[in-house]
Ligand binder design. Structure first.
Ligand code: AMP
Ligand code: GLY
Length: 424
């Protein structure tokens, strides 16, 4: 089986690692990949957003399966192009990826499916949005309708802050014209946040595990939001009963509603949940694996990932099950100083061999590139994900931090408190 993996972050390194363990795999390419993925796959210089370039490559090399990591190519229709060319693709169609691409669409689907969520309204007139905000009072959440690189959500503590968010998104269009054409204003949910993943084949779904992510850049969960500074799995607060509830009340009704809308969802449905006092409620959907959550999940998956992705592509999930290790996992993200703001590139990362030698640790690369003489250079904001496993979360934490400490990269930083809520 010849596989093309699309993307070049820590999520894709973890997927490449899991795929490369499959006896079904005969060849793995990654576009564009990174220095860590290059040890497992042949990296090709095609951007993850270059749908026509990816399709041409897949055709040319007779790729059997395209596995898509990030959302942008899905929303741009890579899965549709593959389907038209008769190439299997793991990831939803553009119509189904709207669950991530439009927050208002996601809420409409969730309401139609009876999924528990916050009170919400969509506005394309900023004055009306401000009126509603004043009417509802704070705290309140204001979201750009379209994709905004993870920065389009403002959890406003006061009414003026929420009104300013409406102005930024709709009038100044700080996230671009398309993303800010409308806003979604939501009731502010309170509780513990969990990222839950389900593998979907359009009709059937399998739970793919859950993780908790630290979104803020600073220790104690302070400072600006990032793509995620660390994750751990399984989340202690997310019991088996809550997982079953999430499957029954969120995932399965959403899949049925997408079938009704002639946009069946195939791929990974990422369900952002708030565990509120009255049960789990939907924060958002994404149409892909989370990053770094995927790294934490792949460290615990025992089943053949490639076999599972093929079952999802071919509509065979009802007859599939997944095996997980009982181990806990924890991932610490190392980022370039300055991230999520401006940061430098090209600094040298040393000590990766020492880190890899730490028992129960594994280093995933995100924004790295190859330098001369085998050097590994920083080439992005989030640069490494250092994972640990153990029979307790504490052991996983200690392995991950021992490996992180072995890495010599003065231009980088990491949070020292990943998992703090669960380790208390
Ligand atoms: P998103 O970009 O949709 O992942 O939202 C970013 C973050 O905003 C989420 O991870 C939550 O912490 C927070 N958030 C989004 N919607 C709500 C809501 N309705 N209530 C409380 N927090 C929210
Ligand atoms: N870590 C959150 C995300 O991937 O969206």
């Amino acid at each position: 089986m010849k596989v093309l993996l699309v993307g070049g972050g820590g999520r894709e390194h973890a997927l490449a690692w899991a795929l490369s363990k499959s006896p079904l795999l005969t060849k793995l390419w990654a576009a564009p990949g990174n220095a860590g993925i290059a040890e497992l796959a042949e990296c090709v210089p095609i951007a993850a957003e270059d749908v026509s370039g990816l399709l041409a490559f897949a055709r040319d090399r007779a790729v059997d399966l395209v596995v898509v990591g990030p959302e942008a190519p899905l929303i741009a229709g890579l899965a549709d192009s593959c389907a038209a060319a008769g190439i299997r693709c793991f990831g939803p169609s553009a119509a189904a990826a709207r669950l991530e691409g439009s927050k208002a669409f996601a809420r409409e689907v969730a309401d139609a499916a009876g999924v528990p969520g916050p009170r919400w309204r969509r506005f394309d007139d900023p004055a009306a949005a401000r009126g509603y905000v004043r009417d509802q009072g704070a705290p309140i959440v204001v979201k750009a309708d379209g994709l905004a690189a993870g920065k389009g959500v403002v959890v406003a503590a006061t009414v003026p802050e929420a009104e300013a968010a409406v102005a930024d998104i709709m009038e100044s269009r700080v996230h671009g014209a398309a993303a800010g054409a409308a806003v979604v204003v939501e009731e502010c949910l309170v509780g513990e946040e969990v990222s839950f993943f389900a593998l979907c084949d359009g009709e059937a779904a399998l739970p793919l595990g859950a993780a908790q992510d630290h979104k803020r850049v600073g220790e104690g969960d302070t400072g600006p939001n990032t793509g995620g500074m660390g994750a751990y799995s399984p989340p202690p607060a997310f019991t088996d009963a809550l997982r079953d509830e999430a499957m029954a009340r969120v995932v399965r009704p959403t899949l049925a509603e997408m079938v009704r809308r002639a946009a069946p969802f195939r791929g990974v449905l990422f369900v952002g949940l708030m565990l509120t006092a009255t049960g789990p409620r939907l924060i958002e959907f994404n149409a892909r694996f989370g990053d770094p959550e995927c790294q934490a999940l792949m460290l615990r998956l025992r089943s053949d990932l490639l076999e599972a992705l093929l079952a999802a592509c071919d509509g065979r999930l009802a007859d599939t099950d997944l095996r997980w290790s009982d181990a806990h996992s924890l991932v610490v993200v190392a980022a370039a100083r300055g991230y999520p703001g401006a940061y430098g590139k090209g600094s040298t990362i040393r000590g990766l061999d020492r880190a890899a030698a730490v028992p129960r640790a594994r280093v995933f690369h995100a924004g790295t590139g190859a330098g001369p003489d085998g050097a590994v250079l920083a080439n992005g904001g989030r640069v490494l994900g250092v994972g640990g496993t153990g029979s307790t979360l504490r052991e996983a934490h200690d392995a991950a931090y021992e490996a992180t400490a072995a890495i010599d990269w003065p231009e980088g930083f990491y949070r020292r408190d990943i998992g703090h809520r669960a380790l208390r």
